[in-house]
Design a protein. Structure first.
Length: 146
């Protein structure tokens, strides 16, 4: 799992039942490393995080080990986590609760973020990215070579 890196953006459409079709470029890897099992939970910035099950188990264990002072975030991450499977048509069901909480309606963006994916409402992501691009670089990137 350590050498697997998901990257790139995919513009997708939620179907009438709230499913997305997982992009073909990710299917083979997800079948091999996660046996098509995923876990979806909330992201602090208003998106969803989609983890292959092995990556989720690592994240879940790190969140569960947080101190009591982080109990609110533990509820956000663990209390909203939903286990799903990629179906025979390569679709992933996003629960109504998670769709509602993040404003996902029809047009969405799936971003590969290394060990997991982020799923954003397309318009919300466009606004988020515009704000980021207009903001000052954080200290951690000021000496980074592009």
């Amino acid at each position: 799992m350590a050498n697997i890196v998901f990257q790139g953006a995919s513009a997708l459409t939620l179907d009438g039942k709230g499913r997305i079709a997982m992009p073909a470029r990710h299917r083979e890897v997800l079948a091999a490393i996660a046996v098509n099992q995923l876990t979806i939970t909330k992201h602090p910035e208003g998106a969803l995080m989609i983890f292959p099950r092995p990556a989720w188990e690592d994240f879940r264990d790190r969140v569960a080990a947080l101190p009591m002072s982080a109990s609110g975030w533990k509820r956000v991450f663990l209390g909203n986590a939903m286990d799903v499977e990629i179906d025979g048509s390569s679709r992933v069901l996003i629960s109504p609760e998670l769709r509602k909480s993040t404003g996902l309606e029809k047009n969405v963006i799936l971003l590969g973020m290394g060990s997991h994916f982020e799923l954003w409402d397309a318009a919300r992501y466009e606004e988020h990215e515009a704000r980021v691009m207009q903001s000052e670089l954080p200290e951690s990137l000021k000496d980074f070579s592009f």
